[in-house]
Design a protein around this ligand. Structure first.
Ligand SMILES: [Zn+2]
Length: 479
C-alpha cells in the first residue's frame, strides 16, 4: 500500500515538472490588485432648492389623528380594576388593582414620563405597587422603572430578558442609542425639520443617559403564575416583537395583555437597524393567544380591544398577515429569487391590507420581507463580485470619472428631483457622496429629496429615518 502511494506521488511530481517544462501549466502566486481611484473634485453647479414638501391630505386626515390619539395623555378605564395610561409617550403603562395592591405592566419611555403616569394612576388608588412586570427589554417598556419601583416590589421578566437587556444597554448599547435616534428622526435634531401638526418628535425614549433599569427579582423560562389578593395572574413566554417577550393572562376576567405582540398596525417584523425578530415564534404566540379566547385585550401600544368576537377577529387577521408575509418570503427564497424580487412580489392580500389595524403605519411589509429574507439567508448573493468587494468609494470614483465629473451626475439628480423621482435622485447623490463624502452640493440635494420622501410612505419609522437622513445631510452640507 505504502509503495503504491510513493509511486503515485512520484508520478504526480514528474507530471507537474513536465507540464511546466513544456509551458502548458503556468505556476505563479496571483496577487490581489487594489488601486484606489482619485477623489473627484467637489461639484460647483448652481442649485435652487425646492420649497418645503406638500403635506398629503391623507396624512392630515387619517394618520395624524391616529398619532395625536397616541399622544393625547389619558388614563383609560378598561374594567373596574384595570387601567391603562396611554398617549404620554411611546409605551403604555397598565395598572391592575387587587385588594392587596397593584400589578403594574411596563414602565414606559423614561423616568419623568413614568412618574407623571403613576401620579395620574394615584388619582384612582393609593394602594402600594406589589409587582412590576416587564413584557420585554425595549427602552419604551423599561426605562421608566425607577419611578415605579420601591424596595419590596417584585419585578418579573422572562429569563431571556437578562440576556437581551444586557445586549441592548451594554453589548450594543451605543449602536442601539444611535439607531433608535435615527429611527425616531433625531439623528441630528439641530438640523431636522419640524413635524407638521405635532411639531416635536413623538418618541421620548431617554437616549441621552445610559438607562438605569431595575433588574428583575423573579425570572422564568416558560410559565409563571401568582395570586395577589383576589386575582390570579398567569405569565408565559411569547416570543414575537422580541425573543424575550412575555404575555400575561387573567383567567378569571379573561383579559389578555399581549405585550408588543399586538398593536394597531402591521407589526414591525423587522427593524431595519436592529436585530432580527422571531417571526415564526410570533405566529406561534398569536396562535396561543387565540386559544385563550380572551374577552378583552390590552396591548402596550395603541389602545384596548373589547369583546370576544372582536379580539378573535383582530388576532386571526394579525396572525394571517404575519404568516402570509413569512411564508411567501420563504417561498421566494426557495424559488431562488433575489431579495429585491421578493420585496417587489410579496404584498398583503387586499382583504388584510385594508383593515385599519393592519395599515403599515408602524411596521412595513417590504421591510419585513427584507428582514425575514436576510434572517434566513447568508449575505452572499452567488455572483462572485460580492465575495471580496472593494470599498464602495472605488466603484463610485470610477463612475464619477466616466460621467465626466460630479457636476454632470448632480445636474441629472436635480432634473430627477424636479421630476419628483426622489429615490433615483438620492441614489445618484450617493454615487457622488461615496466618491467624495464632503461634496456639499450632493449632501444638500439629497437632503431635499429625503425631506420630500418623508411624506410619501405614511409610516412612522420611514418618516423618522428620512427626517434623520435629511438632518445628517443638511449638517454635512453646512460643514
Ligand atoms: Zn414597545
Amino acid at each position: 500500500m505504502k509503495g503504491k502511494v510513493i509511486v503515485l506521488l512520484a508520478g504526480f511530481i514528474v507530471g507537474v515538472v513536465f507540464a511546466v517544462a513544456v509551458g502548458c501549466l503556468k505556476l505563479r502566486s496571483p496577487e490581489v490588485v487594489v488601486r484606489e481611484p482619485e477623489v473627484p473634485g467637489e461639484a460647483t453647479i448652481e442649485y435652487t432648492p425646492p420649497g418645503p414638501p406638500e403635506i398629503p391630505a391623507e396624512l392630515v386626515t387619517n394618520y395624524m389623528p391616529m398619532i395625536q390619539r397616541m399622544l393625547n395623555p389619558k388614563v383609560e378605564k378598561v374594567t373596574d380594576h384595570v387601567y391603562v395610561a396611554m398617549g404620554y409617550a411611546l409605551g403604555n403603562i397598565i395598572m391592575i388593582i387587587t385588594d392587596e395592591g397593584l400589578v403594574i405592566i411596563d414602565s414606559s419611555d423614561n423616568q419623568e414620563v413614568a412618574a407623571t403616569m403613576m401620579k395620574d394612576f394615584r388619582k384612582i388608588t393609593d394602594k402600594p405597587v406589589r409587582y412590576l412586570v416587564y413584557t420585554h427589554f425595549h427602552p419604551d417598556h423599561t426605562n421608566g422603572s425607577r419611578s415605579i419601583y420601591e424596595p419590596g416590589v417584585e419585578v418579573i421578566a422572562t429569563e431571556q430578558f437578562l440576556y437581551w437587556i444586557d445586549y441592548q444597554n451594554n453589548l450594543l448599547g451605543k449602536h442601539h442609542q444611535r439607531s433608535r435616534s435615527n429611527q425616531s428622526g433625531n439623528a441630528a435634531p439641530e438640523y431636522a425639520f419640524e413635524i407638521p401638526v405635532i411639531g416635536r418628535s413623538p418618541v421620548q425614549v431617554d437616549r441621552v443617559k445610559k438607562p438605569d433599569v431595575v433588574m428583575p427579582t423573579i425570572t422564568f423560562k416558560d410559565k409563571y403564575s401568582f395570586r395577589l389578593g383576589n386575582k390570579r395572574f398567569e405569565l408565559f413566554h411569547a416570543p414575537g416583537e422580541t425573543e424575550d417577550q412575555l404575555a400575561m393572562w387573567m383567567p378569571e376576567e379573561r383579559i389578555l395583555f399581549p405585550g408588543d405582540d399586538y398593536y394597531h398596525s402591521f407589526p414591525n417584523l423587522s427593524t431595519p437597524m436592529l436585530e432580527s425578530r422571531p417571526v415564526q415564534g410570533w405566529i406561534d404566540s398569536l396562535n396561543k393567544f387565540l386559544e385563550l379566547d380572551a374577552k378583552i385585550m390590552v396591548p402596550q401600544h395603541t389602545w384596548p380591544i373589547r369583546g370576544e368576537e372582536v379580539v378573535r377577529e383582530h388576532l386571526v387577521n394579525y396572525r394571517d398577515a404575519v404568516k402570509y408575509v413569512h411564508d411567501n418570503t420563504v417561498r421566494c427564497i426557495n424559488e431562488g429569487k433575489t431579495v429585491h424580487q421578493a420585496v417587489a412580489e410579496v404584498r398583503l392580500p387586499k382583504r388584510l391590507a385594508e383593515l385599519p389595524y393592519l395599515k403599515e403605519n408602524y411596521g412595513r411589509v417590504d421591510w419585513s420581507v427584507r428582514g425575514i429574507y436576510h434572517g434566513y439567508k447568508g449575505w452572499y448573493d452567488g455572483k462572485g463580485t460580492s465575495l471580496y468587494p472593494l470599498p464602495p468609494s472605488h466603484r463610485a470614483r470610477e463612475t464619477v470619472r466616466l460621467a465626466g465629473g460630479a457636476n454632470n451626475i448632480l445636474a441629472r439628480a436635480i432634473e430627477l428631483q424636479k421630476n419628483g423621482e426622489h429615490q433615483l435622485c438620492m441614489e445618484l447623490c450617493d454615487i457622488v457622496l461615496e466618491a467624495n463624502p464632503h461634496d456639499r452640493l450632493a449632501n444638500r440635494i439629497k437632503a431635499e429629496s429625503a425631506h420630500q420622501q418623508a411624506y410619501v410612505y405614511k409610516n412612522l419609522n420611514t418618516f423618522g429615518f428620512f427626517r434623520s437622513a435629511y438632518s445628517l445631510h443638511m449638517k454635512a452640507a453646512n460643514e
